[in-house]
Design a protein around this ligand. Structure first.
Ligand code: ADP
Length: 202
């Protein structure tokens, strides 16, 4: 199964991606996590991405597309994956279409987590408070100024993907305001037909 999770920062993509991983034996491909790993390792990609990410802006399409292209070729991704944080722009979505077409692969579904914007700042404040309580590091972009820029980037560059995938008939919208387990159940429900197709295909 190959899925995309779509939604603004704080919508719960990471949380739902992990639940999908447990339920379906697929891998989570989070470009945010991959970029943070590159920063921690001090690679050239990491050096390029560091300040851009801290500010809340998007890293360039070619950098992100290159990391995803490498990652989906790894053996553990052959059974399927859930992309979390990618694609974030129309050119990234087009690049993904080309990458998959070259391999004869198809996306099964794009799951949009719909949330009220008003709740996002609150959720990110909670995430920061929780990490601080546990003495764990807080992301440099989890602050009100960067969040504002991340939300703007989402509205301008990522939200058009709702239409992009809607037109292809693979968009499924789920209410992301519900409790975690309910959102997860709803995702499984909208994936129902995808599973059946998978079984029929053998
Ligand atoms: P969130 O969804 O909470 O905003 P992520 O961990 O997905 O956080 O991403 C954090 C940052 O990493 C983004 O604000 C951006 O700078 C960079 N990034 C992640 N994925 C992409 C992408 N597909 N294209 C461009 N930049 C990205």
């Amino acid at each position: 199964m190959r899925l995309i999770l779509l939604g603004p920062p704080g919508a719960g993509k990471g949380t739902q991606a992990q639940l999908l991983v447990q339920k379906h034996g697929i891998v989570q491909l989070s470009t945010g996590d991959m970029l943070r790993a590159a920063i921690a390792a001090g690679t050239p990609v990491g050096q390029k991405a560091k300040d851009i990410m801290a500010r809340g802006d998007l890293v360039s399409d070619d950098v992100v597309v290159a990391i995803v292209a490498d990652r989906i070729d790894q053996p553990d991704a052959q059974n399927g994956f859930v992309l979390d944080g990618f694609p974030r722009t129309v050119p990234q979505a087009e690049a993904l279409d080309r990458l998959l077409a070259d391999k004869g692969l198809k996306l099964d579904a794009v799951i949009q987590l719909a949330v009220d914007e008003g709740i996002l700042l609150k959720r990110i404040e909670n995430r920061v408070a929780e990490l601080k309580r546990k003495g764990e590091p807080v992301r440099p972009d989890d602050n009100p100024e960067s969040l504002k820029i991340r939300l703007e980037a989402y509205r301008r560059q990522t939200a058009p993907l709702i239409d992009y995938y809607g037109k292809r008939g693979i968009l499924r919208t789920v209410d992301g305001m519900a409790p975690v387990q309910e959102v997860s159940a709803e995702i499984e429900r909208v994936l129902g037909p995808v599973h059946e197709k998978g079984v029929a295909r053998g």
